[in-house]
Design a protein. Structure first.
Length: 255
């Protein structure tokens, strides 16, 4: 059975990644699409990236770029002067920096190569879009003027959330961005912000970020059947780190 499985934001939660791969019974025949934000939050960002590199060599994988991945790449590449490092630290970056303290240079170079190889988005043969955050151009991702929005935008999800369900798809007031693709799969903005811990569909947008960076689980979803599997809530898997991550959990992702 060849499945297409999409995975939400991991945020250094290697134990959760291991759980969902087992619980979904992932095989080498499955196409794994990771929506980004592999780092920042919990303590195992190096292990997460090592595992993703290994998976990419053993089966079909698509790795999307998240905003935290780009921030970490900038830090690894000594470009962190270009952003507010203190804010990044408050949103999980500190845990990643600490985790890489004793990582050797060869491994760091391999991880830099991986981070540079990430895709801004993936569009499959069924016109299903996979992207970390969103886009703003009403004609679609190929016409986006500002590529950073692919991993920073929140307005796509906000638009889908605010959409009046009584508006028909062919109504002139229906948002053009929600007409272009059959389905759009995103992460970036955890559904836990609205009290949900399972994948949430609004219009054609499926949000797979179920709050693994904070108090929620990590999710993997079959895009054809919509069956999904989840890890234990991350705080249960990283009990010893709750004190260190308390500020991060309270922030509930503003970046």
């Amino acid at each position: 059975m060849n499945r297409t499985l999409v995975i939400g934001d991991i945020h250094g939660g290697m134990r959760a990644l291991e759980q969902i791969l087992v619980r979904a019974n992932v095989t080498l025949n499955d196409h794994l699409i990771f929506l980004g934000d592999y780092v920042d939050g919990w303590s195992q960002s190096p292990e997460v990236i090592d595992t993703l590199i290994h998976l990419g060599k053993s089966q079909k994988c698509t790795f999307i770029r998240g905003n935290h991945d780009q921030l970490f790449l900038d830090w690894l590449s000594n470009k962190h002067k270009d952003f507010n490092q203190e804010i990044w630290f408050q949103h999980g970056g500190k845990a990643t920096v600490l985790a890489y303290k004793d990582i050797d240079e060869i491994t760091k170079k391999a991880h830099i190569k991986f981070l540079k190889s990430l895709q801004n988005y993936y569009l499959d043969s069924q016109n299903r879009l996979f992207i970390h955050a969103g886009f703003t151009n009403v004609n679609g991702v190929e016409y986006e003027y500002f590529p950073k929005l692919f991993y920073w935008d929140r307005t796509l999800w906000e638009t889908a959330l605010a959409l009046d369900t009584h508006i028909e798809h062919d109504d002139f007031t229906y948002p053009n961005r929600l007409k272009i693709y059959k389905e759009i799969y995103i992460g970036h903005t955890p559904v836990t912000k609205i009290g949900v811990t399972t994948p949430l569909q609004k219009a054609c947008v499926w949000n797979i970020d179920t709050g693994a960076a904070f108090k929620g689980p990590l999710t993997i979803l079959d895009v054809d059947t919509k069956e999904f599997w989840q890890s234990d809530p991350l705080p249960m898997l990283y009990v010893s780190e709750l004190g260190r991550n308390e500020a991060v959990i309270k922030n509930v992702a503003s970046i």
